[in-house]
Structures are given as C-alpha cells and as structure tokens.
Design a protein. Structure first.
Length: 504
C-alpha cells in the first residue's frame, strides 16, 4: 500500500544509533578534514621510538591535496597492511618498512572467532553452564555466584558478552523458581560477563587490541588487572545476591515487579530435566580451559611479573608470544576441537569459515580505526594532538594522570561502542602520554578498558544491555534503577585501582 493510502499516516521512523563501522567512517572523514586545520609537528624520539617530552616542534607539511585525497581513499587498506617507511615515517601499501597496519590483530580476531564458534557448535559450553545452573537450582546465592563467576572468567579471557543472551531462557525461570525477580537474572548475566570484560586480563578484543595499539605485550599489567578482577567481581556478585535476598524475603521490594505467571515458576521450577554432559562435552571443556590457560602462559612476561622489575631478563622458558603465534594457536585449536568432536571435513570447514565470518565486524572496525591513525600519521598531526594533551596533564601526579585517562575515555566509549575500534583509535594518542607522566603504558590500557567496560554495563547502545532487558522482559529504566548504585561503587574502585597502578 502506498504511504498515506487509506488515510493512514506513514509510521514514524525511530532513531537508530549508527553502527561502529558507520561511526568510524564518519570519524575518518572528520579527521581528514581537521588535518587541513591542525598544524604539522613532531617530537624527537628516543631509541625505543617513544616521544621525548619537551621536544615538540612544528614542521612544514609535505603533502599536497592529491596526497591527502589518496590517504583518505586508501585509509582502510593502510589500516590493514600499510607499511611505514623507515626514513620518512609515511605509511602506504607499497612502501618498504615495518608493518603499520593491523593485519596481525585482524587475523587474530578471525582465528579466535573460528575457535569460539567451533566450541559452541559442539554444545559443550552451553551445556556445561546449563548443567551448573541446574545443579545449584536449590541454592540461590550459590547459583547466582557460580553463574556470575563463570561469565566473569569467560569475559576476562575472551570477551564473553553477547553470548549471555542465549541463557535468559534458562536463567529467568530458574531465578523465578527460587523466589527472585527477573532483574536478578538480568544482573547475573549482564553484570557477570560485563565485569569480566571491564577487568579483562587477556581478552583479545579489549586488552589484546589496546596492547597492540600501545605497542606493549598483552601480558603487561596483567597482575593489576587480575587483582581488579577479583575485587570488582566479588563486589558485583555480592551486590546482586544482596538484592536477590531482599526480593526473596519481601517481593514488594522488587524494582521491576512480577509479570502474570511469574509466581507459578516457583512451583514448577524443579520439573526441568538436568542437561546431560557427555564425554565429548567434558573433553571439549577441558580443551577450552587448556587453550586459554596456555595463551595466558605464553603472553605473560613472567620475569617482570615475578620480580617486579620491568627490565628483568626473561626466563629461558618464557615464550613471549604475540598475535602471529596466538592466531596460529587458535586456528590449530579450532581444528583440534573439531576433530575431537568428530566433525566431518565439510562441517568443520564450514564452521571455521562461519566463525571467521561472524567476527569479521570487529576485525573491520579495527582496520578502519587504524586507517584513521594512518591519516593522522601521514599528515603529521599525531604529535600536535599529543602535545596539546601533554599541556593538560603536565605537572599532575601519576595517580591523577591515570584517573584523567579513565575519565577522558568515558565519552569516547559512548560514541564508539566497539571496544576494538575505541582502543585502536585512542591508544596511539594516549599511550605516549604515559611516557611523559612516567607511568607504564599498561596502566593506560587498564584505565582505557575500565572506562569502556564501565560504560558498556549500562549504555543503551550495546546489544548485551538492550537485548538482555528485552529478553528478560524488564524495562530499561528499571535496570538503570537497579544498577546505578553499583556503577557508583565501581567508579570509585576503578579510580582507586588505576591510581594505585600508576603510583606503583
């Protein structure tokens, strides 16, 4: 029917927040235009390539309009495999020099996507979590704690977040059967996985991408992040349990109320059959744990972590792996899990391809964000922007500097909901600031991911939050009322941790 036919007005279009790809495309054009206005400049570099404070000076621009137009056109290509000329510092796909693009991280994201998809295809992870929930269905507080800790572990090591959406069909009736409300299921899912991502230790999509962009090891700063994970996870679990017990004792204190039929779950909750965990599922879960445990072992700078000295001589058994080796690890692990699960050649191949396809979006976001930094590099405005920020943080203590980095990233996390894109875009500017402040770049990475993780616990632009409250049939406003006191507590704790990390 034609719009307006029958006298009915056309339906109003609702505003939809643009995707990360669209935002980064707009940012690319915006930075390209700003490069015409921002003067070119640079710092002197030390032997490790880090800028030296106080050495910034203006330099004449060397690019013509055609050169700049070419940079805009090739930004995505340069963001993937652009090479940086060792003499001029310019980046281009046909130059000779070191890889500047994000090809290593790009492949790593696809590889881990393939591995995770193969694991999910076996049903082992879903079945394992479901069995755990069923086993603890009569012990409410323990069930909440167990589910949240498992989600937090998966969040901190592999960015487990959207996957929680598949568990609402199990958790909502189970929480109702225990006398809780739907917000308890929402809190256990969103906050459990979210706090893990906030305190990412080796999460490749947050810590991994940010560490690569900051030019440090994935294992740098892991001790601080692990301590944060323990404390913040404990606080979050206790917060949800406290609310759940209050609702169980007095249902009228529920912030979301109960839907018709919710009370009936209490009588029928025990009728759900316990999910079976086969030998295959157990084997795949063991392999999953071993792969991530080996990844952690391979990237941690053990000599520095155990001695507390950043320049400690590496032990002979340290692997010092980075993204090329980790990409190979997860590709091999995907094949191994497929063989153990007795997938046929066609099924295994299609599952790996599907996994890589499912994760192409964050990979492309990383590529586009890196393309923005190429434009800034070639127009020689990166150091100018860095110099302007240097003036703001100059003279501040290391703890104050770390808190400022956290605060600066909060609005950026809202504008760029993709953690990978946010990291790739912000780290080339923020990481060198740590050198000026005499702070480890790992602290900047921790402050950045804390800001991103804190925002993603509540902002309506994330599928995890909006999808979760929709599946649980809980109003978004009710969720905000439930979560805001915890957000305030986490905010204070994060500031304390990043300040402590900077001071140490």
């Amino acid at each position: 029917m034609e719009p307006g036919a029958g006298g009915e007005p056309p339906p109003a279009r609702k505003f939809a927040f643009p995707s990360a790809l669209t935002i980064l495309a707009l940012v690319t054009v915006g930075i390209w235009l700003l490069a015409f206005l921002i003067p070119s400049g640079q710092y002197d570099r030390n032997d490790s390539g880090a800028p030296v404070a106080g050495t910034y000076h203006r330099v004449p621009g060397t690019q013509s309009f055609v050169d700049r137009l070419n940079d805009l056109f090739l930004a995505p290509v340069n963001g993937l495999y652009g090479l940086q000329d060792t003499t001029t510092g310019q980046v281009g796909p046909s130059l000779t020099g070191a890889l500047y693009g994000s090809a290593g991280v790009f492949l790593f994201v696809l590889a881990i996507g393939a591995f995770i998809t193969v694991v999910f295809a076996t049903g082992a992870l879903d079945r394992g979590i479901s069995r755990l929930a069923h086993r603890l269905r009569d012990r409410g507080a323990l069930l909440i704690a167990a589910v949240m800790v498992v989600f937090a572990v998966l969040g901190t090591v592999e960015g487990f977040a959207e996957e929680t959406l598949g568990f609402y069909g199990l958790l909502v009736p189970m929480m109702l059967a225990l006398g809780y409300d739907r917000l308890v299921a929402v809190g256990a899912s969103i906050l459990g996985a979210g706090i893990g991502v906030l305190c990412s230790t080796v999460n490749p999509f947050a810590t991994g991408v940010a560490s690569s962009a900051a030019d440090i090891s994935l294992g740098d700063g892991i001790v601080l992040r692990f301590l944060m994970w323990i404390v913040l996870t404990t606080v979050t679990v206790l917060y949800v349990i406290r609310y759940a017990k209050r609702v169980q004792k007095d249902p009228t204190t529920s912030l979301c109320g109960f839907l018709p039929g919710d009370q009936e779950h209490k009588a029928t909750g025990d009728e759900v059959a316990e999910p079976e965990l086969t030998r295959l599922h157990k084997t795949v879960l063991v392999l999953l744990v071993l792969v991530f445990a080996f990844m952690i072992f391979s990237v941690v700078p053990w000599s520095s972590a155990l001695t507390g000295k950043a320049d400690a001589t590496p032990y002979g058994w340290e692997l010092d792996w980075s993204f090329p080796q980790l990409s190979a690890l997860f590709l091999c692990a995907a094949v191994l899990v497929g063989l153990v699960a007795r997938m046929g050649e066609a099924e295994l191949s299609s599952t790996i391809i599907q996994g890589a396809a499912d994760f192409i979006s964050p990979a492309l976001v990383i590529m586009l964000a890196r393309g923005v930094t190429v434009i800034m590099n070639n127009s020689q405005i990166t150091d100018t922007v860095l110099h302007s920020i240097e003036g703001v943080v100059k003279g501040t203590s290391s703890g104050v500097f770390a808190v400022i980095v956290f605060l600066v990233n909060l609005p950026l996390a809202f504008l760029i909901p993709s953690t990978s894109g946010h990291a790739t875009l912000a780290m080339p500017i923020l990481a060198p600031l740590a050198d000026f402040a005499g702070v480890s770049r790992a602290v900047v990475v921790t402050a950045w991911q804390s800001a991103s993780g804190w925002m993603n616990l509540w902002v309506p632009t994330t599928a995890v939050t909006i999808g979760g409250v929709a599946l649980a049939k809980v109003g978004y406003d009710k969720y905000l009322r439930f979560v805001w006191p915890l957000l305030a507590i986490l905010f204070v704790l994060i500031c304390g941790f990043v300040a402590l990390g900077a001071a140490l």
